[in-house]
Structures are given as C-alpha cells and as structure tokens.
Ligand binder design. Structure first.
Ligand SMILES: [Zn+2]
Length: 296
C-alpha cells in the first residue's frame, strides 16, 4: 500500500472517531431526564399579559425553546399509557396542558402548536363550553371538535365546580372541597348532599366528553389545584383514575396525582422555562449523581 493512501486512511479513521465522540457527548448533554414526564400548565393567551395570561409571542418563544433544547412534546394519552406501564416515553418528555377552555387556545395556541407538529390538552369546565359571551370568551364545541380531529385532546376540569364560593366561616372556598350554602333552605348542604353533588358533577362532565368527543380516558384536573382525599375517593367511584394537580414537579411512572409546572405566567420567559425543565437535583433522575462529601 502506498504511503499517502495509508496516511489518508488513518486520518479518515481519526476524524470519523472524533465526529462520533462529539455527537455522542452532545446527545448526552441534551438529555436532562429519562423515564420522567414534565407537564406544563397554561391558562390564557392574550397580547395583554397578566398573572395567568401570556402573550402569543411568549407562547411561540416557549415552543421554539422546547424544540431548540431537545424536548419531546408527547400527547397526554401517551403519558397515561406510560403511567399504566404500557409504553416508554422519549427522553425530555413534555406534555402541554391548558386549563379552563378559553377561546384563546383556539385562536393562538392551536395554530402555533400545529405549525410545529405539536399537540396539547385543554381541561374544560364542561358547562362553560359555548359561553362565548364571557370575558375571556370560552371555546365552543365546533372549535373543540375541529381541534380534536387534529389530535388535540380535552378532558374534565369538572362540569360546573370551578367558581369559588363562600364557606361557613365566610372564607373563599371551592365547590369540590366545601359544603354549598342552599339559599332557599338557609342552610349548608349535609355530607350526603355534598357527596351526591360531587358524584353527579364529575359523572356529567365525563359523560358529555365521552358523547361529544369519544373520550375513553377519565381524567380530572382539579380547579385551582384544590383537592382532598374525599374528592379523590368520590372521583374514583366515577371511574376517574388520573388526577392533574397544581403541585410543581416531574412525574415518574408511579404517579397518580400528576404534578405540573406552571409555564403560563409573564415571568416565565423561554429561558426561565428551560431552566425549570433542567433541574435534576430536585428529582432522583437517572443522570444526577449523588454528591458525597468526605464525612461532612
Ligand atoms: Zn381552572
């Protein structure tokens, strides 16, 4: 073999080896977690931002940052299958959720997500669907059905138990966890009436979602993130297995009360969002190593 040819071959082998090493280290760097799922929470999108409202531009920046930082947006159904032990999820798996069913989901989120081949879930206050006269305006069933056909999904945020009430002590309370005051009878409902009301509300929401959209999964997202063990027991009686909460964190395969990460506030810039999605020390993730200090 001629000398120049040997040198060229050697160089080729060395360069190829270097390319493989660099690309391997890059792909390892871009994995922040495996076998965990981060669920993002948004509410409303509007050019005028406020505590739970972000601008269309900020939302688009979030989506772009997820792509640029190697996150994989998966449908909620894939996440639930993972929780049921039926499938694995990709590294850096993210589920995008919206609460309350505002029309801005259709106006702003849906086109931005479609552009990037992403999907999301909206938790509807089922009795509010079609109330386009409210401010902010709510989605109607035509919009919901259209998005459902494009792979978006819609689950329960209760039928009509979202609006806050006043409890026996005059404090703000929430219908899922408090006894209602019966105006006509000048008294609070009793335990049986309370339980019956919750069962009826949750069943009604899921029955309507099954009839209108063909939903097979029964999922509940707690209004205002407020719940207790009684609500969970009652919800389980109606067939609900998975609960989306307002607690911050990531979810392993064993999760039943799903933690979420708030992404829908103006303080969450794209950079902050990615930082929130990269904190391995908070969780026992595969790539975090224990720090051992000599006896200290
Ligand atoms: Zn809500």
């Amino acid at each position: 073999m001629k000398k120049p040819l040997v040198i060229s071959l050697c160089l080729l082998v060395i360069v190829s080896f270097m390319i493989i090493m660099i690309s391997e280290s890059r792909s390892k760097q871009s994995i922040y977690f495996t076998d965990y799922v981060a669920v993002l929470t948004y509410h409303h999108i509007d050019p005028q931002e406020s505590s739970f409202t972000i601008s269309p531009q900020r939302f688009a920046e979030h989506l772009q940052a997820l792509i640029d930082n190697h996150y994989h947006v998966i449908p909620i159904e894939e996440f639930i299958s993972f929780l049921q032990g039926k499938n694995k999820v990709p590294p850096n798996a993210v589920v995008i959720t919206f609460d309350d069913g505002y029309k801005s989901f259709y106006q702003y989120a849906y086109p931005e997500l479609m552009k990037r081949n992403m999907t999301a879930t909206n938790f509807l206050i089922v009795n509010f669907v079609g109330r386009t006269y409210l401010k902010p305006s709510m989605l109607n069933w035509d919009e919901v059905s259209k998005m459902k056909k494009d792979g978006f999904s819609f689950y329960s945020h209760t039928f009509n138990s979202h609006t806050s009430i006043v409890d026996q002590n005059g404090n703000e309370a929430f219908p899922l966890t408090s006894y209602l005051f019966k105006q006509n009878e000048h008294r609070f409902e009793n335990e049986n009436e309370y339980k019956q009301r919750i069962l009826e509300d949750l069943t009604k929401a899921n029955t309507i979602l099954q009839d209108k959209l063909g939903n097979r999964l029964s999922i509940l997202c707690f209004p205002h993130g407020v719940y207790n063990s009684t609500v969970i027991q009652l919800a389980k009686q109606t067939g609900i297995q998975y609960f989306f909460t307002g607690k911050e964190g990531f979810n392993s395969m064993k999760a039943k009360e799903i933690k979420r990460i708030n992404a829908g506030s103006p303080s969450i810039t794209a950079k902050v969002l990615i930082q929130k999605l990269k904190i391995p020390t908070m969780f026992p993730l595969k790539y975090s190593q224990p720090i051992i200090r000599n006896g200290k």
